[in-house]
Ligand binder design. Structure first.
Ligand code: ME8
Length: 529
């Protein structure tokens, strides 16, 4: 049974550089899920934020010649601006440098010290004095060289805190067994069990003394808390955990809440091994699902600054609008497996699905209603013939499939179902041939029926598209003269009550793009410009 509340999170991103279309993908999918749940009347909380501590940020700040706080403040301002431009509907934005977070992490660390899960020991590794960094055997390699600066490293020992991971291995495996959907897709689970848990979990070093940009351990402030222990708890501190007001925490981290963490496959281990174990240590409930999405790759592999193949979301939004990018995300990337961004496919999605199939269906429907019925949508006539029946059955099935897939978080398949409905509606026009019906006054009711079914299919598609597309569905409602709010979700299954609205001729929802010009345009931003 569906739970009363829904809590969805994105990873908190490192503010070490500007975000790219990969980060925006994850945040957009979380946004689509949150909007969908809200439409269904489920009280939803959507969190995103930034992971601001650690050696890398400290070093980047040094390179930029500013203090770390100023460094992250500037990037975070950019990130918040991006989410606002993209109309991301997050309910809160957590920063690990927020005082509310810092204090809670210190309390958590103390609790874990008290319950014996964290103990003080020695960390042994290969140390690079100029870089002040420890490296493992593998990192230092056979020649014992610092992987960062290439200078020789030496064996060194240092006091550090450790977390007793091994104590929880059996409980974790038992939890996986009892919650088969915890890690989705399932392939990720087997990977984790075989590669990490079965090999035996080693105690985890959870403090550092080689740099200072982190949360100091209260009991021993020369240590700062390991970034992942610090970062993972953002999901609970943002809700008020261990703070004066725990109302949100009790609601959205309580048993009545469905908790979903959306992450990329680069950080699975932290979320499905460390995170549940940390929660067990504090006696807190575990999330329902860690949904591991695939990464957006470029033709030449991962996006990276040095390759010059990073593309910023703003480039696409400024030129094509947020709906085009959001649609690309929900349609082109198969949820759960890696996808590849190519300018050709981006332009094709806009042209074929949005401009041709969707925009054009609206355009021709409005045009015909104006031509044949003076712009007034005819009332529902019943299912007059086989074609009408097929349209309605297709609609019912599409709505059902959309819900099934959305509930399963198979977002691209859910939107495929909507676009199949739209394609069917285009085919219905060809088959019903309204232009011929219009020539025969005895068939006027059939013509009315076709127009009513088309307008309704568009109305229903707009509602289903509305968690993903933020502008086009509204414009579609205006064009069809529908006053109702798109969030009146209960009308989704309604096939009979549309009629009497005045349609309005408007600009195309999505102008067709000149593929050659636009592919070149996007490419010009992919060459590290
Ligand atoms: O790992 N395609 O932060 P991060 C799709 N701070 N998604 C991508 C992507 C791509 N090419 N590149 C990044 C961290 N992402 C930690 C997280 S959480 C407690 C701490 C998305 O800035 C994807 O969701 O490296 C990935 O898991 C996340 O950004 C990593 O962001």
């Amino acid at each position: 049974m569906a739970k009363k509340y829904f809590y969805v999170t994105t990873p908190i991103y490192y503010p070490s550089a500007k975000l790219h279309i990969g980060h925006a993908y994850c945040t957009t999918i979380a946004d689509v899920i949150a909007r969908y749940k809200r439409l269904q009347g489920i009280e939803t909380y959507f969190l995103t934020g930034t992971d601001e501590h650690g050696e890398k940020i400290q070093k980047n700040a040094e390179l930029a010649g500013v203090n770390p706080q100023k460094f992250v403040d500037d990037i975070v301002a950019d990130i918040k601006k991006l989410w606002s431009t993209m109309k991301i509907s997050n309910d809160d934005y957590i920063r690990t440098t927020d005082e509310r977070h810092v204090k809670v992490i210190q309390k958590i660390f103390s609790k874990m010290l008290e319950n014996g899960d964290i103990y003080l020991g020695d960390y042994e590794g290969w140390y690079c004095t100029p870089c002040e960094s420890f490296w493992t055997d593998t990192q230092a390699g056979e020649n014992h060289i610092c992987p960062d600066c290439g200078r020789p490293v030496h064996k060194a020992k240092e006091e550090a805190y450790f977390f007793r991971m091994s104590k929880y291995s059996d409980r974790l495996l038992d939890f996986y067994e009892r919650h088969p959907d915890f890690i989705t897709p399932e392939s990720r689970k087997n990977e984790m069990i075989n590669n990490f848990i079965k090999k035996g979990l080693e105690d985890l070093c959870v403090s550092r003394t080689t740099f200072s940009w982190g949360i100091p351990v209260l009991e021993n402030p020369k240590h700062v808390v390991y970034v992942w222990l610090d970062a993972l708890f953002n999901y609970t501190t943002a809700l008020g955990y261990l703070q004066d007001d725990e109302t949100l925490f009790n609601k959205f981290w309580g048993e009545d809440s469905e908790i979903v963490h959306l992450i990329g496959n680069d950080i699975t281990r932290f979320h499905v091994i460390y995170w549940p174990i940390f929660l067990m240590s504090l006696g807190l409930r575990l999330p329902d699902k860690v949904y591991v999405h695939g990464l957006i790759m470029m033709k030449d592999g991962k996006m990276s600054k040095s390759k010059g193949n990073v593309i910023a979301p703003e480039v696409l939004i400024d030129r094509y609008g947020i709906d085009a990018l959001r649609y690309y995300y929900v349609s082109e990337v198969v949820f759960g497996t890696d996808g590849q961004f190519t300018p050709e496919q981006f332009v094709e999605r806009v042209n074929i699905d949005l401009a041709n199939d969707f925009g054009n269906l609206l355009n021709r429907t409005v045009g015909m209603i104006i031509k044949y019925f003076d712009g007034v949508i005819p009332e529902y006539q019943g299912t007059l013939n086989e074609l009408d029946k097929v349209m309605e059955t297709t609609g019912k099935l599409a709505i059902q499939e959309y819900h099934n897939k959305m509930d399963d978080l198979r977002i691209n398949e859910a939107y495929q179902a909507v676009f199949n409905y739209i394609s069917r509606a285009n085919k219905y026009v060809e088959e019903a041939k309204p232009w011929e019906l219009a020539k025969d006054p005895t068939r006027n009711n059939e013509l009315k029926s076709v127009m009513n079914h088309l307008a309704n299919a568009l109305r229903q598609s707009a509602i289903m598209l509305s968690p993903a597309l933020l502008e086009a569905p509204k414009k579609l409602f205006e064009a069809l003269g529908i006053k109702g709010d798109l969030t009146e979700y209960k009308t989704l299954n309604d096939f009979t009550s549309l009629g009497g609205q005045h349609v309005v001729k408007s600009n195309p929802l999505f102008p067709r793009l000149d593929a050659k010009v636009e592919v070149e345009y996007i490419k010009s931003f992919m060459q590290g410009k």
